[in-house]
Design a protein around this ligand. Structure first.
Ligand code: BG6
Length: 504
């Protein structure tokens, strides 16, 4: 077991300004991640947190609320001294983008704080707000000059997902932001890139000599990307009903997995090279007509059922879901990538809510042995050769291959060789946001989405969005909560002579 060494340096002094500081994201993830960074000595020595609310509130009230959230959501036991030191840095300031004067006032308050705390004017604005606030807040930050990089001080803008709701809206938002700041100042978060196993895909592929020579259409039959969740929509009915499984998960989280698996080797491990290769592979996803998109996809909506001991009601009966809603809670797609490495290799993607198992994984299916040298076992009945990158719940890598069953005759059976992170490394549990927030503070945007890859992602899913919108209820399958999803999802692979890897 290896302790994870901390050889990282502290970021520059800075102020960390959070819009939406009283919201769920700030309480559940941002503050616990800042706490973990503080506990590992990775916050700047000169640092302040500014919590923005529309109406303002006394500092103590905000600090008490954040402390309560921290106690509930911290990933490690809370050390009172560290938590108090962190929360003493928090100041509440009122600002409302519909009242421009409040932003002018906020600027003066932030500048005063920065002078007191000697943060050198470096600022990070974290928009932990609903998406319709991204543009209005950024416009005001731009107008008041708060985002202008000057006198050697950096200014950064961190934006959460969802980034747009389709290709057109993502382009508009990118256009708006790029009028205010330069691309290098924007950090578009996809929390999947904060997951260790997701980052490890790059290391697995490019720090080992043995995978890359077989990582192509000559050896790989197809790729399966699965993000199955047990939870239903819960109290997010209003957001989810206008979003659906495809928008919520595919152009962002599943495409992060896809692009890391499918990208070409970058010439350097720097933000420009890595992000360019990722954007290129997304741009190479073959465009589909609406009728092809219908053929190459399955969508479903869950009906009531039991997951473990929990009863889940029909999606249609969820609070704030419109009666007769045709929003999908499950999506499966078949995509192909038009380049030399992947021509003819299908990528099958599936994701859904209220399923029987929680599992996030990428399964690379290698081609079968070509002929039956061993007369006891026909080639097509040999166990399948998969390399499985497990993201959740088991973080690790497994290789499945065939081996001889001990005994005098040749009998063959499939076995699995497994690496599990937790067997080798002792790491403190984390929120997944620590690396992302630390990287924002040190100015490393490798793990953040660039405008072109966000747009390439939306472009690839747009035919499915359009086709499903035109089809309405036609073709929308149902599945029972706690099941594996709609039966037709199996058909998507079956017609190609393939099947989904069994998750159970
Ligand atoms: C979020 C989606 O971005 O990702 C949620 O909005 C989803 O609907 C979540 O549940 C999944 O994240 P994870 O890390 O649990 O796989």
């Amino acid at each position: 077991m290896t302790d994870v060494p901390s050889n990282q340096t502290k970021p520059d002094p800075c102020s960390f300004v959070i819009f939406g500081v009283t919201g769920d994201l700030a309480h559940r993830l941002v503050i616990p991640a800042l706490y973990n960074l503080a506990a590992t000595g990775l916050l700047p020595d000169k640092f302040c947190v500014v919590g923005i609310t529309r109406k303002g509130m006394p500092n103590d009230e905000l600090r008490n609320g954040l402390m309560k959230g921290l106690r509930e959501f911290a990933t490690r036991p809370v050390d009172d001294a560290i938590a108090t030191r962190l929360l003493e840095c928090v100041t509440c300031i009122a600002a409302d983008p519909t009242e421009p004067a409040s932003f002018d006032k906020m600027r003066q308050q932030i500048e005063r704080l920065e002078a007191n705390r000697s943060t050198g004017g470096n600022r990070l604005f974290y928009l932990a707000t609903p998406p319709d606030a991204f543009a209005p807040i950024s416009r005001e930050l731009g107008r008041t000059g708060l985002l202008r990089e000057e006198s050697g001080a950096w200014r950064r803008l961190v934006i959460e997902k969802p980034f747009g709701t389709d290709l057109a809206s993502a382009k508009v938002l990118n256009g708006e932001l790029l009028k205010i700041v330069d691309e290098h100042q924007i950090y578009r978060i996809d929390h999947y890139l904060g997951k260790e196993t997701v980052q490890n895909i790059l290391v697995l592929r490019f720090a080992n000599g043995m995978f890359e020579p077989i990582w192509n259409r000559n050896h790989i039959d197809h790729v399966q990307i699965t993000v199955d969740e047990k939870l239903g929509v819960g109290h997010r009915g209003s957001f989810y009903d206008s979003t659906g499984a495809l928008r919520d998960m595919v152009p962002n989280h599943l495409f992060q997995l896809l692009s890391l698996v499918a990208m070409e080797p970058p010439i350097r491990f720097d933000a420009h090279s890595v992000r360019s290769e990722k954007a290129d592979v997304l741009a190479a996803i073959q465009p589909q007509s609406e009728s092809d998109a219908l053929k190459n996809s399955v969508r479903g909506q869950y009906q009531g059922g039991k997951i473990g001991d929990t009863e889940i009601e029909d999606y249609g009966k969820t609070e704030d879901v419109k009666p007769g809603s045709t929003t999908e809670t499950y999506a499966a797609l078949k995509l192909t990538i038009d380049n030399w490495r992947w021509a003819g290799v299908p990528f099958y993607l599936r994701t859904g809510k209220a399923l029987g198992i929680k599992r996030t994984e990428v399964a690379i299916k290698f081609k079968q042995a070509p002929f039956a040298m061993f007369s006891c076992t026909a080639a097509e009945t040999l166990a399948e050769n998969y390399l499985v990158i497990g993201v959740e719940p088991t973080e690790g890598i497994a290789l499945q291959f065939n081996t001889k069953v001990p005994g005098p005759s040749i009998r063959i059976d499939g076995v699995e060789m497994k690496f599990r992170y937790k067997d080798y490394f002792k790491a403190e549990p984390a929120t997944g946001y620590e690396t992302l927030i630390y990287d924002c503070m040190i100015g490393d945007n490798i793990l953040f989405q660039r405008a072109d890859s966000v747009e390439a992602g939306w472009k690839a899913v747009q035919p499915f969005l359009d086709a499903w919108k035109s089809a309405g209820a036609k073709g929308l399958q149902t599945y029972k909560a706690g099941s594996e999803g709609p039966a037709d999802a199996d058909g998507l692979l079956k017609r190609d002579g393939r099947s989904w890897r069994k998750l159970g």
